[in-house]
Design a protein around this ligand. Structure first.
Ligand code: ZN
Length: 301
C-alpha cells in the first residue's frame, strides 16, 4: 500500500511537469539569445561554451554533461565537442533532440584553409580573401553561420519548428515570437546595409575568420591572419601584411578569446587599428552593430 501511494506521488509529480519549460542547450552564446527570443518563458536555455571561451578547444564540464543527459534539445553549430561527445550523450538520453543551426543553410567555404604542413613550403598567398577552393578535404565549410542576420532568421525558423514539435501546445507562442524576432533581424539587416553601402574600401582583417557570413551578406571581404586555426608562420604573416597594405586595410578584428600579439604586429606594420570584438557575444545585435560601425569608421579614415 505504501508502495502504491509512493508510485502515485511519483506519477503526480510527473504529470505536474507537463507544463515544465523545454530544457535547451546551445553550442555557443549567440544561439542562446535566439532560442530565448523564440521560446520566451517556455524555455530554459544554457550555452555550453561560455562567454570568453574558445569553442574550437572547448571541453564540457562533468556538470554540463550531466545536465545534457536530461535536456530536451541541443542546438549545435559544428563545434568539435559535438562530433566527439554528442553521440555518446544521445545514446544515454535518447529523448534529446539534436538540431544543427547549419541545417538548410547555404554554407560557404572558409578562407585560407591550407594544410599546416604545406603552409610554409608554399607560402600560400590567398590573403586576398578569395576562399581557397581546393578539392576533397581541403574544402572546409565555415561554421560561423550566425554572423549574418538573414541566416540568423533562417536559424530562428528552425528553432521555432523544433520547439513547436517538442511542445505543440505552445506553437502559437513560438510563431508569434518568431515573427517579432524576424522583424528585429530585418531591421538590424537594413541598418547595417545602410551603414556599409557607401563604402569603397570593403576589406578588413580578422585574426580568426569568424566573420565570413557577415562579409558575404554585406559585400565585404575578411582577410584572416590565422591559418587553418593556427598561428601563421613568418611567410604567411608577410603575405597578409603585403595584401593588407596593398588593399589599404585600416581595421583588424580580434576576438577576446584569442591573443592579439600578432594582430598588433600587423597593425603596426600597416598602420591599422586593432578592435576587440566578440563574434560569440551573447548580445548578438550589439556585436554585429559594433562590427559594422568599426568597418565603416575605418573605411572613412
Ligand atoms: Zn571560430
Amino acid at each position: 500500500m505504501r508502495r502504491l501511494l509512493f508510485s502515485l506521488l511519483i506519477l503526480g509529480s510527473t504529470a505536474a511537469c507537463a507544463d515544465a519549460p523545454v530544457r535547451v542547450f546551445v553550442g555557443v552564446p549567440p544561439l542562446q539569445g535566439f532560442v530565448e527570443a523564440i521560446g520566451g518563458d517556455r524555455v530554459q536555455v544554457r550555452s555550453l561554451v561560455q562567454a570568453g571561451q574558445d569553442p574550437h578547444a572547448f571541453e564540457p564540464t562533468p556538470g554540463q554533461i550531466a545536465a545534457l543527459g536530461s535536456a530536451d534539445l541541443y542546438l549545435g553549430v559544428g563545434i568539435p565537442f559535438e562530433a566527439a561527445q554528442l553521440p555518446r550523450i544521445r545514446a544515454a538520453n535518447p529523448r534529446l533532440r539534436v538540431l544543427d543551426a547549419r541545417d538548410g543553410l547555404d554554407l560557404r567555404v572558409i578562407e585560407a584553409h591550407t594544410h599546416p604542413e604545406r603552409e610554409e613550403g608554399e607560402g600560400h598567398p590567398s590573403a586576398g580573401g578569395r576562399p581557397h577552393r581546393g578539392t576533397g578535404e581541403e574544402r572546409e565549410l565555415d561554421p560561423h553561420v550566425w554572423t549574418s542576420p538573414p541566416l540568423a532568421k533562417q536559424i530562428a525558423g528552425s528553432i521555432r519548428d523544433a520547439l513547436s514539435d517538442l511542445d505543440p501546445d505552445h506553437t502559437d507562442t513560438y510563431e508569434t515570437n518568431y515573427r517579432l524576432f524576424a522583424t528585429d533581424l530585418d531591421l538590424l539587416d537594413r541598418e547595417i546595409r545602410t551603414l556599409l553601402m557607401p563604402l569603397t574600401n570593403r576589406r578588413f582583417l580578422v585574426y580568426h575568420p569568424a566573420w565570413g557570413y557577415f562579409a558575404d551578406t554585406y559585400g565585404l571581404v575578411q582577410i584572416p591572419i590565422e591559418r587553418a586555426g593556427k598561428e601563421p608562420g613568418p611567410r604567411s604573416l608577410a603575405a597578409v601584411i603585403d595584401a593588407a597594405r596593398r588593399e589599404g586595410v585600416r581595421v583588424i578584428f580580434v576576438q577576446p578569446q584569442s591573443s592579439r600579439r600578432l594582430a598588433d604586429r600587423v597593425a603596426d606594420a600597416i598602420g591599422a587599428r586593432v578592435v576587440v570584438i566578440d563574434p560569440l557575444s551573447p548580445d548578438y545585435r550589439a556585436a554585429l552593430r559594433q562590427a559594422a560601425r568599426e568597418i565603416a569608421t575605418a573605411a572613412q579614415q
